[in-house]
Design a protein around this ligand. Structure first.
Ligand SMILES: [Zn+2]
Ligand SMILES: [Zn+2]
Length: 180
């Protein structure tokens, strides 16, 4: 899985705002591993965009489309205020201006992405340096071992003592084999 870093996306979003002649080009872009089947969301007042790494890992070519979609919501708010429709003509014009079809829903398959009520432990394995951490959620960010951001493999097991032991026992070869 090679997704751009949040920093790269943030610069891109800021450039988009400048292209749309928004005076305030400050924006925060973050990956949010807790998003379920939504590709991204925008908090227009805060100037914050969140993208779904589990969903977009299935369609990395869609990342910029989703980023543009959500950033256009922030731009619409800054340019036209809160009283224009979310996906109305203002927003659609901004999307077209930068060469994107103003589509409202994504077509990335969401099978298996809905959050289960069971809880899990996640082994995060860094392919770059072999660092391993077990968490109760998929945590992105920098590897503690080598600072890479995008070399993680995640394996999960039920949040039980047996599940935890199974994750701890896995060898690097077994982790890699699980990903073919
Ligand atoms: Zn939208
Ligand atoms: Zn590492």
């Amino acid at each position: 899985m090679t997704l751009p870093t949040a920093d790269e996306l943030q610069r891109r979003a800021s450039d988009l705002l400048a292209t749309w002649r928004v005076l305030d080009t400050s924006i925060v872009v973050a990956w949010n591993g807790r998003l379920s089947t939504t590709a991204g969301r925008a908090f227009v007042r805060k100037g914050r965009v969140e993208l779904n790494p589990r969903l977009l890992a299935r369609a990395p070519e869609q990342v910029l489309t989703v980023l543009t979609h959500e950033t256009a919501h922030v731009a619409t708010f800054r340019l036209f205020g809160a009283n224009v429709p979310a996906h109305g003509r203002h927003w659609r014009a901004l999307m077209r201006h930068v060469g994107h079809e103003p589509a409202v829903t994504h077509r990335i398959p969401v099978r298996g992405l809905r959050r289960s009520r069971r809880s899990f432990h996640y082994l995060r394995f860094c392919e770059a340096c072999g660092d391993r951490v077990i968490h109760t959620a998929r945590r992105f960010g920098r590897c503690h071992g080598c600072s890479a951001r995008d070399s993680f493999l995640f394996l999960r097991a039920p949040a039980t003592a047996q599940g935890l032991a199974a994750l701890q026992r896995l060898t690097p070869a077994e982790v890699r084999a699980a990903f073919g």
